[in-house]
Structure formats: C-alpha cells, structure tokens
Write a new protein. Structure first.
Ligand SMILES: *[C@@H]1O[C@H](CO)[C@@H](O)[C@H](O)[C@H]1NC(C)=O
Length: 381
C-alpha cells in the first residue's frame, strides 16, 4: 500500500512538473488512433466487428428530431472526449499487449483479465464516439475528428489512476449535458446519454477497485460543467494537432488550475486543510486587474463536490511571478464530507446559485482533487 502510494505520489509530482515546465528539447511523444479497423469511419462490416468486441451495438433508434445549437455543442464535446478516450485505451491496450516497461502485470492471469476488459472498453468507447459523431452528422454540425494525443502515464498503475480521474470528470460533465438537454427541451438523446452515464460508472467502479478504492465513490457523484471538461482535455491533446480550430466547439478553454498539495491533487488526505494551487493567467483578460495584488481580495476557489451547490472559499497567501499566481485556499472537507472527486476553479465571485453560473466567473480551471480513501485491496494492481 505504502509503495503504491509512493509510486503514485512520485508520478503525480512528475506529471505536475511536466505540465508546468517549458517544453524540453526532445520531441514530445504523440499518439495517433490506429485506423486498421476503419475507426472513426468504419465500413458496415468493420462496425459489426467493433460491436462484437463491445458486447453490443449502436442504438437503432432514429436520431432526435431537433437539437438546439447548445445541445449540438454538448455532442461535439462528447465526441471530442470520446475520441481522446479511444486514443487513451488504444495506447494502454497496446502497451500491455507489447509488454512496454512499466506495463507488465504481476501474473499472466492478471494480464489476460485486464486486456480482456480493456479491449472491450476500447470498443465501447469507439461506439460512444460514433454515436455522438452520427448525431452531429445528422444535423450537419461540425463533427470533431481525431487529434494527436499525449498521456502523462508511464506505468499501468498511473494509466488506471488517470482513467479513474478523467472518467470521474466525464461522469460530472454528462450531468451537465443532461441538464442542458432538459433546459433546451431536447428530450431525444436523454435515454441514450443516461445509458452511457451508467456505462462509464461501471468502468469507474472497476478502475477504483484496481486502485484499492471503494468502487462506489459518493452517494451523488460530483458534478462538473462542459467548459471545464473541454479545458482539461487540452492537457492530453498535442497543441495544434487537431485538423480543426479549437473554437469550432463553442466552449471556453481555461488555463489549468494546478493543485500542488496532496500529490498534485491525486491523494489529498480526508481532513480540513489548506491546499496550494498555481495557475498561469497569461492572456486571461479578466485576470489583468488582479496581477501583482497579494491581498487576494476578489478571488475565491470554488469547489464542486457531489451535488452540493458550489462551495467558495477566499484565496490566501497570494504570490505572483509575472502572470503566474500561486495561492492557498481552505479545503472544507469535514463540513461537506468531500470524499472522492472535488472540482476546483479560481473564480472572481464567491457565491453561486448553480454550477453553470461558475463558468462566467472563472479565471482558471479545473483543478482536480481526489481524497485518498483506500479500502482493503482484494483485486488491486
Ligand atoms: C504507453 O507507453 C508510452 C511509452 O512509455 C507512454 O508514453 C504512454 O503514456 C503510455 N500510454 C498510456 C495510455 O499510458
């Protein structure tokens, strides 16, 4: 347990260093989704093969009769995210299959089990992506194509920890999509989106077991918003590698809010404490009036946790290096039982009636915080 925690801590520290450090001399590794099965434009026969691997087919229900523009934006984000997930699981399956150092499993049985499950997940993510792309095509809306990707994980443990983290964020983001569809009167896609939320939740429980965490994270999973997911995904996309402009999806991209404490947010202790954050606010118009001011006035960290309304706390101990700000903020664990995922944003307001209201007051986001609630490991890697 201690060893796993140490490995994770080191990895997380490295990952946070990499994201903060300027690009180093060696060419960054980039990953393309293999196209041997025709994805993302499979023939009918290739689609059938993917469905066999996925243990099920795409829906054969007609596409929704109407979708509001912002509902189409939600599908564009879903497609953009699913394409990333396809790349991620494809790379992970490849690494385990080819025994890449760091991706060897303790036994052949464990390796077979993991490959069997992850190959199924990979095919399922392909169908999730195709479902979203098909909806967009039906409405002649812009449909994202694969970009080149990069992953901070270099061991199977780190990869599963990353899958657990981004799946938790996706589970929050799909709540936002459902809410939006309801608001727009777009009932058409609700059944299928609800179906995929459960599906991602099943995956999440499995990853958590592998990490020796309880499979069911909270009574009500932490919510998030579309703009935060789109921003977080940029960390996995090689800059400039998409065949389209990022503004083709009508969502803001915020600078990352890096969590410094608790192994870069991956293993925060379950208690009240001050957490340290940093963000590079270069080019953020709304941040200009704060640059250099150290009293922290007008700045908050706002957390999403479970289905609680946004929780805001003032920032303290503000330091600036140019437009890079570092600060601390309370993590009000006990009062809010903040087990599992919390999503943090640096905001210019400290009171919000709903999660969606936070986006308009955000300078940097998301910061992902996971409380380390380990259980007795019976199937951990
Ligand atoms: C697969 O291995 C490469 C080489 O170590 C690594 O860069 C990449 O992040 C790994 N992929 C995943 C999904 O962890």
């Amino acid at each position: 347990m201690q060893i796993i925690a140490t490995v994770l801590a080191t990895a997380a520290a490295l990952a946070s260093l990499t994201s903060a450090a300027p690009v180093v001399a060696s060419a960054p590794r980039s990953y393309n989704i293999p196209t041997d099965d025709g994805f993302p434009s499979p023939s009918a026969q290739q689609l059938r093969t993917i469905a066999d691997l996925a243990d099920g087919t795409l829906s054969n229900a007609p596409a929704p009769a109407k979708l509001a523009p912002s509902s189409l934006t939600a599908f564009q984000l879903i497609a953009f995210n699913e394409l990333f997930e396809v790349a991620f699981f494809s790379s992970l399956v490849h690494n385990i299959t080819t025994n890449v150092p760091g991706f060897q499993l303790p036994s052949d049985a464990k390796r077979d089990e993991l490959l069997d499950i992850l190959e199924t997940v990979l095919a399922q993510e392909k169908l999730h992506a195709l479902n979203a792309i098909n909806v967009l095509k039906k409405f002649n809306a812009f449909a994202p194509t694969p970009c080149q990707y990069r992953f901070p994980s270099s061991t199977v443990y780190e990869a599963i920890a990353l899958a657990e983290k981004f799946t938790a964020l996706v589970l929050g983001t799909l709540q936002d999509a459902s809410q939006l569809f309801a608001k727009n009167g777009d009932f058409g896609p609700v059944r299928s989106v609800a179906s995929s939320i459960g599906q991602e939740g099943e995956q999440e429980g499995f990853y958590r077991i592998l990490l020796a965490k309880k499979p069911s994270e909270k009574p009500f999973l932490t919510t998030s918003v579309a703009a935060f997911a789109y921003s977080a995904l940029q960390g996995f996309v090689v800059p400039g590698s998409c065949a389209f402009s990022l503004s083709s999806i009508d969502l803001p991209v915020f600078p990352a809010l890096s969590v410094v404490s608790g192994s870069a947010g991956a293993a925060v202790e379950p208690r009240d404490q001050l957490l340290s954050f940093t963000a590079d606010l270069t080019g953020v118009e709304a941040a200009k009036k704060f640059v250099g001011l150290t009293n922290g006035q007008g700045l908050w960290v706002t957390y999403f946790s479970g289905q609680l309304l946004p929780i805001s706390v003032p920032v303290v101990n503000v330091r600036w290096a140019g437009a890079v700000v570092s600060f601390d903020a309370a993590f009000p664990f006990a009062a809010n039982v903040m087990q599992g995922l919390s999503v943090a944003a640096l905001t210019t307001a400290g009171s919000f009636a709903a999660p969606g209201d936070v986006v308009g007051a955000t300078l940097a986001a998301p910061g992902l915080i996971q409380v380390d609630d380990r259980t007795k490991a019976w199937d951990a890697i």
